[in-house]
Design a protein around this ligand. Sequence first.
Ligand code: ADP
Ligand code: MG
Length: 635
Amino acid sequence: MARIRLLDERTANQIAAGEVVERPASVVKELVENALDAQAKRIVVEVSGGGRELVRVTDDGIGMVPEDARLALQRHATSKIRTAEDLNAITTLGFRGEALPSIAAVSQFELITRPHDQLAGYRILAEGGQIVAEGEHGCPAGTRVTVRDLFFNVPARLKYLKTNATELAQIGDILTRLALANPEVAFRFQSGQAQVFATPGTGDLTAAVAALLGREMAKELLPVDYRNDAARVHGFVGRPTIARAGRSHQYFFVNRRAVRTIAARYALEEAYAHLLPNGRYPVCILFIEVEPHEVDVNVHPTKAEVRFQRDREVRAAVYQAARHALGAALLIPGTEVTADGEVRVPDRAEEKAALQRGWVPPGAGRPGEGGGRAAPPPWRVSAGGPGGQTTAREPVQAYLPAGGLQAALAQRAAEEAAAAVPAVDLAEATLVPRSAEPGELIRALRPLGQVHRSYIACDGPEGLYLIDQHAAHERIFFERLYAAAQEQATAVQRLLFPLTLDLTPAQMAIWQENAAIFAESGFEAEPFGGNTLLIHGVPAGLGTDHVARLVCDFLDRLQEDQVAPGTPVTDRRRRVLAAMAACKAAIKARDPLQPEDIAALLSDLAACASPETCPHGRPTVICVSISELEKRFKR
Ligand SMILES: Nc1ncnc2c1ncn2[C@@H]1O[C@H](COP(=O)(O)OP(=O)(O)O)[C@@H](O)[C@H]1O
Ligand SMILES: [Mg+2]
């Protein structure tokens, strides 16, 4: 007997819904894209319950006549392409004719629509994809789609959704991208009773950026416009000072479509290669324009990732665009602006040298002296040698982004310090011997003094011990903050002048979701209208210099933190926040220490639960054994 049969329309729609409609944010994306394709000038998006109770998108676009409205709910019904050839030159956001039937299949769905030249509107009501009522309906010109109880008939999907705040953050992120791509359209985004953002719709990108990302960020953007054979790249790149701990603020558009493009992302980050320390990511709002037939947007049903035919040229255009903007802002030493406005960016080798010149800490001598500086210190390249762990970056990256320029400076200083003392081959140096309990061992050390104002040298049972003062202090501070947060007993330093912080809608949603973690970790903060946060108090000892950066970095981290549902995240986040705060607050390499500071640092470190590493997993202490010393002295 034949076993193969065609699926009925409803089943097919449900399967398609699985691909197109992943979460409330996908509904918002599809509906807003339809409104944009319908040439709307004003789009209002209302959600409640993170979008699972209600998503409503109202536009003033061209509307549909009743026959079209009914057809729109059928699969592969689209007004945007007719034949497969049209696929080669798509200029609309939609073309599959899958969104409306897919969304209707998994919700309580209502479509009300009227073309401008019709007197009466039309309304269709569907439940789980079945039309249950339809007929004439009075309404303004345009279209309103209301989606209630998303996934009411797909419990498996419902379970998969995250908290309302997280879903809301995703919606905010997608809408931000759509609104940036369409500054000539006025967007209003409403969550429950609160207005999250509203863009003016004047066509001015800067005004849209200010409305969406905050005025502080808008001020730090550099305009970009560059063109080669294959592409035009325009928009903004951020000054290095506003680089983030994650990629949440990289907005790429290809032919006005918000996309993910690994090619462009790499090119952008390459352009910042020597301007940002490890773990910091540039901000950008970049529009890439290529011939429609030279880009494939048909890679995936939700059209998130695109592929360029002339990949190499497009990368080059992005790279050059960013380099010229950065160079023009005279951020790159050696950049020249000629009389006719032409910007000459130095090549990478020159630039690296220039930056290194700029970064030599005072009193550390000039490059070229000391010989060893040009080549990497031998212990850095020796694979697997325990000493190599002092610069192992990968595990650190995986756990926590590096701590900004200060940390980069500290690291460079540390590398130079190591390079300037070629006498000790640290490839042979061992970590603290495992025989002794680490706390006990540290208590037994006799401090000798500071080396390069970065390391504390000590005499100890197995030989010469070196303690990384920054890593050690980070460990101490981390354990204190974390323990206090767990017990909800963090000492708070109240600020005389509260700090205000402009957040993005997505960040604000994440802050709200994690307000308890901030509170128990010693941050006293409250929303201050719109997406502004007012900070009144910080954990004692943190200081106020890095607070804004720290809060933003932490929110960025959480935005990228994809946690499987059901995972207990509070404690993990508490730990990440404590580690980030510790990194900011800790004494740095190059900070001079008095003997009593050193004694206090050692005894605090000895009292730690895990004194042998910093919160990122780097060692705090290394040992150059007596036998290694003897070998070096050829005894
Ligand atoms: N907001 C809207 N205004 C006018 N027409 C719309 C709107 N939303 C959908 N449509 C019509 O319904 C059709 C089907 O929409 P959809 O299922 O999203 O598929 P697609 O956008 O891929 O064509 C569209 O091609 C368009 O003609
Ligand atoms: Mg569509």
